[in-house]
Ligand binder design. Sequence first.
Ligand code: F58
Length: 801
Amino acid sequence: MELKEAEFVRDYINEIKATYAVDLKDTSPMEQYMALGHLIKRYNGENWTDTSKSYRKNDVKQVYYFSIEFLPGRLLQSNLLNLGITDVVKKGLKNLGLNFDKIVRSEPDPGLGNGGLGRLAACYMDSMASIGMAGNGNGIRYRYGLFKQVFMNGYQVELPDDWLRNGNAWEVRRENRACLVKFGGHVWMQEQPDGSLKPVYDHTDDVLAVPYDTGIIGYHNVVTNTLRLWSAELPPNAEERYYSQKERDNIDDITKVLYPDDSNEQGRSLRLRQEYFFSSAGVQSIVRHYLSDHTSLKRFVQKVAIHINDTHPTLVIPELMRILMDEHDCPWDLAWQITTSTMSYTNHTIMQEALEKWPIEMFQGLLPRIYQIVEEINRRYRADKIPVFGEDIVDRTAPLGDGQVRMAYLAVIGSHSVNGVAPLHTELLEKDVLADLYRIYPEKFNNKTNGIAERRWLEIANQPLSKLIDSKIGKDWHFNPKLLQELSTFENDKKFLNQLVDVKKENKQRLADYVQSEMGITIRTDAIYDVQIKRLHAYKRQVLHMLEIIREYLEIKENPQADITPRVHIFGAKAAPSYHYAKSVIKVINALADLVNNDPDIGDKLKVVFIPNYGVSLGELIIPAADISEQISTASKEASGTSNMKLMTNGALSLATMDGANIDIIRAAGSENEYTFGLTAADVYGYYHRNDYRSKAIYDGNPELQKVVDSLITNMIPGISTEGREIYDSLLQYNDEYFVLADYADYVKQQKQISIDFKDVETWQKKSLANIAASGTFSADYSVARYAEDIWQVPYKLILK
Ligand code: F58
């Protein structure tokens, strides 16, 4: 948009006065931020209405991306960037004597997700708007986001994330678009005068779903899409009916907090209520919106695509069936045809314990009408498929079985497309996790490799690098990130390689300053910054990284004079509050950090920093400073990974197993530019089939490994007698479920190689450049374009300059 500095300054001062009734000099950074947010939202108001109007006028097909999590990160900078007014606003604020960075940091980072899945949904929202696709997000407006993590005596402690405390500058409450969502009660079929049957509901608990909309601004293209998050409130008839405090609390609870578990589905009734709540409200509002422009449901499939991000929104399937049949008199077959043609589903995990299942009794009690529909889906599925495929496989894959509602199976059966998020992951879905369903519906399965919002993770997070790239290849890569490939022509340009070194140093200094001020730890910027940032989970193997730190520590202790390449090991990871093992790992790494960081023999050769409260904003600080990207999950377990892509585009070299999208990253950048190691997925499955993995034998055969592992139980690391023993036992007594010891030697070999290679600055920088240059293919712009073409059949405009 066009904006003159004088105009901005005038508007901003007026905004401050109107909102806070004080002079600018008396405002806090938070107030300065809120006023700026409101002003930007107002500036963009016209684009937002024009976008909706133009979608309507042209009757454009809409995509609705349903996700129980969205992790958008702070919006101020990305909105300024996408509107093209960063410089004017920065200058204006500076001339007013304000500190832009402080204002940026005053914005709360909405933690409405656990990790990769929620962040992916946010990257996709950004890309859909940026490629001009009519993409809408649909989720939950949690009153409290993912907990704030602090460490006390090295242990994780969880504090509430009261992110809405000062209000939210970007959202618009739309009470006039609210819907009623019905839970519980009884349902019975009543005969109508024409002989048909209609369900009648008795004694339901009704909840009002109120939408809060946030504009998602496209990159330099005047498009603004909508992220709609639902909040649960008392229904409008509240005055006429008495609600006990308990009933009020029950309603309040639905959207009160995000479930903080990224590993296990606990089968809690509140979670099921959350899932139905936003699925029902979302589908109701879609049908209402569609019918406001169309007289019949005939063209619904041509005008609406609904995407199910992991199984949590699967109830959109029976909910759309319900609305079509009960409210619009559709016969079953037509309703089913519309529903399956509209729905598509992405799977994000191969971990069995994360696949959602609900006890039938709970499900039926909470959602009696929806259960009837699921029962009928189940009955018809069995009747259709048993004659063709036989009873066994159909039993195993039916939506109802073992007394449970099996959400992933329902999602596959009720959708026309099922995708994994990296080629290996999709292959494993077909061969293993969903193999039976793949046999029945091979045509539904496809791969859509994940992607990231390049502009956030490179242009905003790493401005020094972004500017340097612009100076070499111009700015067209902002629209078409694959153009980053042009950078490879500079691989022998020494000046450029040196500039890359300077940029990395600047980013390291920024991180070092943060670590100094927040944690009181001094880290040197000429060390290798070896980074592992992701949720804490056994399969992600932070423990393997930890064993390497112990090895390095012992090495220096044994030979303090040795010529060591200095290292800083950097972790960021939250553990699910109920995940005992993960919390023990945090404690042990923190205790190890205390030992290493305070040992005079070690000095600044080796440092360990576990930065608390990892999230999107800290990611933006850490990722640009990384030299090494630790992507060390047990092969086959990480569906894709996305921090691997963010680190790559910022010039980090991957130290990686052949898992998830690591495989594709390695292929894109060239294996000579990464450090790969460890078992392959085929090796891992080989161990499963033969059942012959013995971690103890590996331990017995490697004296160095013995020393390292034993140090968990020898008091070398103070304060971890319980936790150290727990990890020790997981590796030896419980046979090392995630093959840490199997991969140890190969991992250490690569770590040693890294220490050698890092000293050759020029060669290292060439490798780093190869990663940056190849990273463009992992832009989410292309990912969503592939969804648009293969699955959603919606138009878009990739601006390929
Ligand atoms: C992640 N899943 C995958 N789930 O682990 C990761 O490999 C992938 O890159 C990413 O999705 C995006 O596809 C993930 O983040 C969750 O956090 C769920 C949250 C809700 C409960 C179950 C886990």
